[in-house]
Design a protein around this ligand. Structure first.
Ligand code: MN
Length: 283
């Protein structure tokens, strides 16, 4: 990356609660290796943490997105690379809003589809609706309060590593134009065949991408990042190869790592994977 200035933006929230569960991941990653690694590589670092007033859980989640959009926009204007560490994946809505939703594609690594709606979800977990919200299918009024947000066209999103879907969620996702690259497909044919043609197609529509990393895209035998592991996932090497393929074709406008709960990562392999993959993304 030519830009040596990185703005680390932390959103330590999970489901509207501060410093709870995956909300503890961002600060943990920053202080357990990320800050030192980036400083050692000679980057000029600044970091900030989002603080919002707690209202209700879902309103707080969107308040976090509004703050993120504003901070990401400031990072862009000051020519700093925005590196987001957020408790929830759904916070990416704020990030892409700050990056310009109309010209930014999304490459999203996740075991889950994040494609439920308030009418299909059984968990009630807002994060299970992250991509449905980003594509404009639900929570429209709250999403519209996020500065710069416009729904991202389905076909500007490439979802890699997905394998754990609820049945109604699967139907909704299969009827969408979101590009799915399942972990099974990667295992069968490799990243080059499974992912590269999708990136080539995306390149016809957008020049820059936001790369989203939920480490549960990884197979649990490689690392466990959060309370929602799903078997038959990707290897660190595969995700790394996919990131290299993205970098070869797009300007990476920003990147976000989300949904890491340090208490699920007893052997610290998810932390190690996070540092390695963020290193690949940024270098
Ligand atoms: Mn996720």
């Amino acid at each position: 990356m030519e830009n040596r200035h990185i703005q680390i933006i932390i959103a330590p929230y999970d489901s509207g609660y501060r410093d709870w569960r995956m909300g503890r991941g961002p600060q943990y990653i920053l202080e357990h290796g990320l800050r030192n690694a980036l400083v050692q590589r000679g980057y000029n670092l600044a970091s900030e943490s989002i603080e919002v007033n707690l209202v209700t859980e879902n309103a707080t989640a969107f308040a976090v997105c509004r703050a993120l959009s504003e901070r990401v926009k400031v990072a862009r204007e000051t020519n700093a690379f925005p590196l987001l560490l957020t408790g929830n994946c759904g916070h990416a809505l704020g990030t892409v809003a700050g990056l310009d939703t109309q010209k930014t594609g999304i490459v999203w690594f996740d075991a889950h589809g994040e494609f439920n709606t308030p009418d299909t979800t059984l968990s009630g977990f807002l994060d299970g609706m992250g991509l449905t919200t980003i594509t404009g299918r639900c929570w429209q009024a709250l999403a519209a309060t996020v500065p710069g947000f416009k729904p991202v066209p389905d076909n500007h999103i490439v979802l890699v590593g997905v394998r754990d879907l609820d049945s109604e969620e699967r139907t909704l996702l299969e009827n969408s134009s979101v590009v799915r690259v399942s972990a099974a497909h990667v295992r069968d044919v490799g990243i080059q065949t499974a992912v590269v043609p999708q990136l080539e197609r995306l390149r016809q529509d957008v020049e820059q991408v936001y790369v989203h990393l939920d480490l549960d895209a990884l197979d649990p035998s490689e690392a466990q990042a959060n309370p929602f592991p799903a078997p038959h996932g990707l290897t660190v090497a595969e995700v790394k190869q996919a990131i290299e393929a993205v970098k070869a074709r797009f300007r990476i406008a920003g990147t976000g790592l989300a949904s890491y709960d340090p208490t699920c990562d007893a052997d610290k392999r998810a932390l190690k994977a996070a540092l390695e993959l963020l290193g690949t993304l940024i270098e």
